[in-house]
Write a protein that binds this ligand. Structure first.
Ligand code: 5GP
Length: 174
């Protein structure tokens, strides 16, 4: 069962605000948006259209193995960047930051490539779930430790096409 948490209108308004915040920080300089697949494909599509100006978009895909396979957690990069980010203004675009494992690993890797600046934008953040603390520059919405779907986020590859964000509630516990 789905329980709507954030409406399409709220997402649209907040995405515009984040785009304005990013442009305030970078002026009209060229930006490279790096979207972390698959979940951020809708957020990055909307964000880049609100940003305007000189914007490039690239994609990465990771797979992470949590505590059940490794005590520290390992992030594997399945598809790396096509873009050389040396000297570039980079904004990493995430759908959701949960433990922070994925992003902290990616940031470590990309810092070695000497970008001019690297900032992080996420539509959703679950601060109570964070085990890998990091600085997040642009946050759409902070949400509790619930499993959410919609607006790019899936469960078993379903629900990505919902225009809103909803909590996926177990029928039995509802
Ligand atoms: P982290 O490395 O921060 O723990 O996890 C980030 C990734 O876990 C996200 O990019 C997303 O793929 C997945 N994830 C974390 N929380 C949720 C959630 O509530 N719903 C969905 N659909 N995916 C989530």
């Amino acid at each position: 069962m789905l329980q709507q948490l954030i409406s399409a209108e709220e997402i649209e308004a907040r995405t515009r605000e984040i785009a304005a915040e990013i442009r305030r920080d970078f002026g009209d300089e060229e930006l490279v948006l790096i979207a972390v697949l698959k979940g951020s494909f809708i957020f990055v599509a909307d964000l880049c259209r609100h940003l305007g100006g000189d914007v490039k978009v690239d994609f990465v895909q990771t797979s992470s193995y949590g505590a059940e396979k490794s005590s520290s957690g390992v992030v594997q990069i399945r598809k790396d960047l096509d873009t050389n980010i040396e000297g570039k203004n980079v904004v990493v675009v995430e759908d959701i930051i949960d433990t922070g494992l994925t992003l902290s690993h990616l940031l470590q890797v990309w810092q070695t490539r000497k970008p001019k600046a690297i900032k992080v934008a996420t539509l959703l953040s679950k601060p109570a779930a964070r085990t890998h603390p990091m600085n997040v520059d642009y946050i759409g919405f902070e949400i509790p430790k619930k499993f959410v779907v919609g607006y790019g986020l899936d469960h078993g590859d379903r629900y990505r096409n919902l225009p809103f964000v909803a909590e996926l509630v177990d029928e039995a516990s509802a």
